[in-house]
Design a protein around this ligand. Structure first.
Ligand code: TYM
Length: 335
């Protein structure tokens, strides 16, 4: 609790170009609920280091992500939006928590297995302890709720397990966070392979809609989306994963139910439906894209917000960190 409000925490890695999956699974929900909470949103740049980055591009991507958060409707004067690497408490708490996390738990993480198979030449220790750093992000701010997409469910569970274990030894130190998944769009799939999630790291650009894609590109990608050879627009994950993914996207964007979507397109062909999905997505993204262009020109405004918010995050983080250091018995600094 802060200022009588519960605390909301979430973030995204500062790599690649954000996709429609990131938007529908996370960002859209953040925008919808942030005002009910004391909200913090991190640019998770330390997590991004688990994969090799080009330093210049990486810095640009991280800054661009900050601006995208703001352009999407997160007011940086009301929400604490900051860079993870600017608050040293994340790394410090992560170390302490790693001493309360079992290798057996980390071995079960499906995202690790997945990333290790994709980056077989660079299976580094950071990739392995990634969930511990994520637990530190969340627990450092005593978050009550963490809005994320489905793929982060396991990471939220391990965060709760680590916090519960720590509290069991040292008393009520951490708030146990709840995951929050949106009703629709928590698992947006690739447009080229509907069995795979839409991902910023996909090498095929036609598999993902990027948040900064223009209208023509968006419509073209939807037109090319892989579907079955049937003609009925009806939801069936097993039999029609491609069309089901498009229904899911359309329902999330228009806030309609699957039944309403099926009814709207009864007797219409896939071509017409794909065009409608493309147009709906493009017009949802347009205001954000315009705002993004405008914010790119407001360098000093953004710099000022980054500075203020880093100080806020730092002040919150240090409280938890000091408490944890004391509980585990580290010698207090002489001030
Ligand atoms: P990241 O950067 O991979 O994704 C950011 C958010 O987008 C969601 N998401 C999706 N949702 C629906 N469909 C998809 N295809 C899709 N792809 C991504 C993710 O679930 C996530 O909510 N480990 C996190 C970043 C992180 C974090 C945190 C999140 C680090 N520390 C603390 C919350 C709290 C990650 O890699 O997200």
């Amino acid at each position: 609790m802060l200022n009588n409000k519960k605390i909301l925490y979430s973030g995204m890695q500062a790599t690649g170009n954000l996709t429609l999956g990131n938007y529908l699974g996370a960002l859209k929900n953040w925008v919808n609920v942030n005002q009910e909470y004391e909200s913090l949103f991190g640019i998770m740049d330390l997590h991004s280091l688990t994969v090799r980055q080009d330093p210049t591009q990486f810095r640009q991507k991280a800054r661009s992500l900050y601006i995208l958060y703001v352009a999407s409707g997160l007011d940086p004067e009301k929400n604490c939006i900051y860079f993870q690497s600017h608050v040293s408490g994340h790394a410090e708490l992560s170390w302490i928590l790693s001493c309360f996390t079992y290798m057996g738990e980390l071995n079960r993480m499906t995202q690790f297995k997945d990333k290790a198979s994709k980056h077989a030449d660079n299976i580094n220790a950071g990739l392995y302890t990634y969930p511990v750093l994520m637990a530190a992000d969340i627990l450092l701010y005593q978050a009550d709720v963490v809005p994320v997409g489905e793929d982060q469910r396991q990471h939220l569970e391990i965060t709760r397990d680590i916090a519960t274990r720590f509290n069991g030894i040292y008393g009520d130190v951490f708030t146990i966070p709840e995951a929050y998944f949106g009703k629709r769009g928590a698992r947006v799939m690739s447009l080229q392979d509907p069995e795979k999630k839409m991902s910023k790291s996909d090498e095929n650009p036609n598999a993902s809609i990027y948040l900064l894609d223009d209208t023509d590109t968006i419509i073209r990608k939807f037109k090319r989306a892989v579907t079955d050879s049937d003609t009925n627009i009806c939801y069936s994950l097993e039999e029609k994963p491609g069309i089901s993914n498009l229904i899911e996207i359309y329902a999330a964007v228009t806030e309609k139910t699957f039944e309403e979507v099926e009814k709207e397109f009864e007797g219409k062909g896939y071509g017409e439906f794909k065009l409608a999905v493309g147009e709906a997505v493009a017009s949802m993204l347009k205001p954000m894209q315009n705002k993004y262009e405008q914010l790119l020109k407001e360098k000093s405004y953004i710099d000022e917000r980054i500075k203020e918010n880093t100080e806020r995050a730092q002040a919150m983080a240090i409280k938890t960190l000091r408490k944890v250091q004391k509980k585990v018995g580290l010698t207090e600094k002489i001030r």
